[in-house]
Design a binder for this molecule. Structure first.
Ligand code: DGL
Length: 273
């Protein structure tokens, strides 16, 4: 069985591109739809109910555009809405939660740090993750106000970004953690700054965990299990959609991924009760 319809990927903004580029690398013949809900970004300070409504409207849009599988490429949207989406739509979903499990399995010091949004830390699922996989590990939580906005503006280098990275990574290092989980899909774009700050500040090796490759592998497993792999041998293409400004997205994508978007459209979300 094969299915040449596109895979839908969404995030509050450009964070999910860290997942999209891994899906492209692992499954180059798949067509992709990328939805950035820029007009409502950031999700991290919103209540779960609002995030569920936004996610629902995005899923309806992606399904109307023929998505065969939907990747919720946002930790905040996944913890708030994945169970709800699975209960309300029959399309297969792949979501993402902070990589507490692999971090707890590899930490030597039994102290890990998680960088994520406030809404992610508030979700019951986050406490469940710790109870299930990290009950013998100290988990230090750190929100990073301003990081999502930096990445949305393509400011992933320079003094402003360096300062904001230092502000939220420094407390973790003082806490003697040996592993840092990037629990928001925007943050891997700041990884070079995070790692150079770690190098400047401490001599001990600290492991930084970005779950994107594992999420893309899961996309592959779900496609295979549902007969959804594309039969094409040529490279797939990406269609981008944003609820925000197309030109601003163009500039940010150029900076973050070094590419020109060939197909990009502005769309408004429709909310139906
Ligand atoms: N990229 C999102 C995540 O993985 C959240 C960013 C936001 O606050 O909108 O959590």
């Amino acid at each position: 069985m094969a299915d040449n319809r596109p895979v839908g990927v969404f995030d509050s903004g450009v964070g999910g591109l860290t997942i999209l580029r891994e899906i492209e690398a692992q499954f180059p013949s798949e067509d992709l739809l990328y939805f950035a809900d820029t007009a409502h970004c950031p999700y991290g300070a919103k209540l779960a109910e609002e995030i569920r409504q936004l996610s629902r409207s995005i899923v309806e849009f992606l399904l109307a555009n023929d998505a065969k599988l939907i990747v919720v490429a946002c930790n905040t949207a996944s913890v708030a809405s994945l169970a709800y989406l699975r209960a309300n739509f029959s399309v297969p979903f792949v979501g993402i939660v902070p990589a507490v499990k692999p971090a707890a399995q590899t930490t030597q010091s039994k102290r890990i740090g998680v960088l994520a949004t406030n809404a992610t830390f508030q979700a019951a699922i986050f406490d469940d993750l710790i109870e299930k996989f990290a009950s013998d590990t100290a988990v230090v939580r750190q929100i990073c106000p301003g990081w999502v906005e930096l990445v949305e503006q393509g400011k992933i280098d320079g003094a402003e970004a360096e300062g904001l990275v230092a502000r939220y990574v420094a407390p973790l290092l003082q806490d003697q953690i040996d592993t840092i989980v990037l629990g928001c899909t925007h943050y891997p774009f700041l990884r070079p700054l995070i790692e150079s700050f770690i190098q400047k500040t401490t001599r001990a090796g600290i492991n930084v965990v970005d779950p994107a490759p594992a999420v893309a592998r899961q996309v592959g497993r779900v496609m295979a299990a549902n007969g959804l792999d594309s039969s094409r041998s040529a490279s797939g293409s990406v269609r981008y959609f944003t609820t925000g400004d197309v030109e601003a997205l163009r500039q940010t994508v150029r900076k973050l991924l070094g590419r020109e978007m060939l197909h990009v459209e502005h769309v408004d979300l429709v909310f139906v009760e």
